[in-house]
Design a protein around this ligand. Structure first.
Ligand code: PXL
Length: 300
């Protein structure tokens, strides 16, 4: 069950993620999305980068571990409260320790803790992610209420082999195993759906398992043959905002899939290098509209 969380006039989220100056990923995606959804995003940058790491060479990166420690102790000394903690890209196992301590100090019964275990995509880890971090991530996700790995990250968490054409049933079997690592709700993104008769393009889905009732929700969309970094950040940010605004889990999933798909479609028609990310600026205002079309299914 998704917790009822709102305690302040505007829900407040501690958004722990990197700040990549160019390429529309992590905080440059999370902050505008949450703000557009009337949710206050309080960022703790885990690293500052000139660009994100997919498709760019020679990017520069500054580790923010010391800053994170100081920021967390300042906020704790102020007695700040948060409706949610949303953690994304982290730069080291020590940063996972800092976030764990922070969650312990701010967590109340109704605090929503969402961990996007950002580690990689397409079967590969992102540049700065080490084996040690993958190992630590397996225990770190235990403090979350919700995790949102893509298929690659789900495979890393379970130490299972990744395959581009992984079948849906295999991922369905992974869901309770991921929930056994701690989180009550497991959302796996970028799951390839079986190709339907007569369709040219395949479909891709999000599968979500809720341990409290053992139900599995599915939201699908057409697969678009382009890969944009930052779509996972867009998905999880909308999911967090939507739940904080009171949506049910399936509706929040729907909203997150519809928004991210729309952003991809708004971008795909242009000849823009995929590393620049999705044209968020073109679609942000749609987050203010109610969901007009909903396509979630209960598959178990
Ligand atoms: O959105 C994923 C992401 C987050 N942070 C950094 C990245 C990437 C993907 O490339 O490089 C630094």
């Amino acid at each position: 069950m998704v917790k009822k969380v709102v305690r302040t006039a505007v829900p407040r989220v501690a958004a722990i993620n990197d700040l990549s100056g160019f390429g529309r990923a992590s905080l440059t995606v999370a902050i505008p999305i949450l703000s557009s959804m009337e949710v206050q995003a309080c960022p703790i940058p885990t690293a500052v980068l000139s660009t994100h790491t997919t498709g760019f060479k020679d990017y520069c990166i500054v580790d923010m571990t010391d800053f994170m420690r100081d920021c967390v102790s300042h906020w704790t000394s102020m007695g700040l409260t948060f409706d949610a903690v949303y953690s994304g890209f982290l730069g080291s196992p020590q940063q996972m320790d800092i976030v764990t301590d922070f969650v312990e100090s701010v967590r109340r019964n109704d605090t929503l803790v969402v961990i996007d275990p950002v580690m990689g995509d397409d079967g590969k880890t992102y540049g700065p992610i080490t084996d040690e971090m993958v190992t630590r991530m397996r225990s770190f996700v235990g403090i979350a209420d919700i995790i949102t790995p893509n298929v690659t990250e789900a495979a890393f968490l379970l130490d299972e082999p990744y395959s581009k054409n992984i079948d849906e049933q295999t991922v369905m079997d992974w869901l309770p195993r991921l929930a056994d690592m701690g989180p009550g709700i497991v959302v796996v993104t970028s799951v390839p759906s079986p190709k339907e008769e007569g369709r040219l393009s395949g479909r891709t889905s999000v599968l979500a398992y809720d341990r409290s009732d053992e139900r599995v929700w599915k939201v699908s969309c057409d697969y678009i043959p382009a890969h944009y970094p930052g779509t996972g950040d867009s998905f999880t940010s909308v999911l967090v905002g939507s739940i904080l605004k009171g949506d049910s889990l399936p509706l929040a999933l729907d909203r997150a899939v519809q928004f991210t798909t729309l952003a991809i479609r708004a971008t795909f028609g242009y000849r823009i290098h995929p590393r620049e990310g999705i044209l968020l600026e073109r679609v942000l205002d749609t987050l203010r509209s109610p969901v007009v079309m909903s396509s979630y299914e209960l598959v178990k």
